[in-house]
Design a protein around this ligand. Structure first.
Ligand SMILES: CC(C)(COP(=O)(O)OP(=O)(O)OC[C@H]1O[C@@H](n2cnc3c(N)ncnc32)[C@H](O)[C@@H]1OP(=O)(O)O)[C@@H](O)C(=O)NCCC(=O)NCCS
Length: 261
């Protein structure tokens, strides 16, 4: 196994988080590629773990000002992912690949004279577990719903980062249902939810209004304090893997029924 910097030959597989085989990924649109084009000259770093010529793990991190955290002078890990499904290239978990990717990223970030590195994890034992980062020497410094902010300082006396917190949320409007998607573009899972919600909203005609909020724009992100989420009226779609198109459509349909009463 070797850890390499992202090169053009890997772009396709990187844009779909190594899941070239996935039907769900077909719903992700081109948002990650667009995000990459905007970020590639803004300090984005991507490293891949390659086994027998195949990319089986990835880590992507950016300067903090391109994350949903306050502050600067440190890097933020948006995503670390070792392919863990049977399909496609198969399951590469529990071979030390995650650790090797994180170590390579940390060395790279230290070499850039940064104050530390932050990452996010979920407080429950699924998806991107905060507990995995704890094992790698990170400590919890903030929480936003289920999203735990993990932190490893590289310099003495450094202030730990904080999440940018929700400032306002979409309001209910009389007689219509609003579907509001806050989208940054970095995460295909969120991009799938966005695309499904957008398509589903269109099926209801004028009674459902779809709004996209571009949270890549930092002013917009700070105005709302919401980075990546879909709301149906004032209710956020839950955490976790993307719900199916049908599930999202049914949730909108329920709200439409209520709005018509
Ligand atoms: C978190 C994650 C990156 C960890 O990757 P990994 O390669 O499995 O992790 P590690 O390198 O830490 O190895 C895990 C375990 O395997 C063990 N291991 C390492 N090398 C091994 C080997 N050669 N043989 C057997 N076990 C081994 C490690 O000791 C470790 O055990 P421990 O947890 O008891 O210490 C991976 O589980 C993952 O991708 N999870 C999903 C994250 C996600 O959803 N990301 C997307 C967010 S948008």
């Amino acid at each position: 196994m070797e850890i390499v910097d992202l090169m053009e030959a890997h772009y396709r597989t990187f844009f779909c988080c190594l899941e070239d085989w996935s039907e769900d990924m077909k719903d992700a649109g081109v948002h990650k590629e667009r995000w990459f084009q905007k970020m590639k000259d803004q300090g984005l770093r991507v490293k891949l773990a390659v086994v027998d010529g195949k990319a089986c793990g990835m880590i992507q991190y950016t300067p903090a000002e391109y994350s949903a955290t306050e502050g600067e002078g440190y890097y933020f890990i948006h995503c670390i992912w070792v392919h863990g499904y049977k399909q496609g290239i198969g399951n590469f978990h529990k071979r030390g690949i995650g650790k090797a990717l994180l170590q390579a990223a940390e060395e790279d970030i230290r070499a850039r004279d940064q104050a530390g590195v932050a990452a996010w994890g979920i407080s429950l034992p699924f998806w991107m577990k905060a507990s995995w980062f704890r094992k790698q020497g990170y400590r919890k410094v903030d929480k936003n719903g289920m999203a735990v902010l993990m932190w490893k300082p590289f310099k003495e006396g450094t202030e730990p980062p904080r999440w940018i917190k929700e400032k306002k949320r979409p309001a209910r409007e009389a007689g219509v249902v609003t579907v509001t998607s806050f989208l940054n573009g970095w995460c295909p899972a969120q991009n799938i939810i966005h695309e499904r919600a957008r398509r589903a909203a269109q099926e209801f005609g004028d009674v459902v209004r779809f709004k996209e909020v571009d949270t890549f724009d930092r002013c917009t992100l700070c105005e709302w304090g919401i980075a990546d989420a879909v709301y149906i009226d004032d209710k956020r779609l839950g955490w976790g893997p993307p719900p199916s198109y049908e599930k999202i459509k049914n949730k909108i349909a329920k709200r439409v029924k209520k709005a018509k009463k």
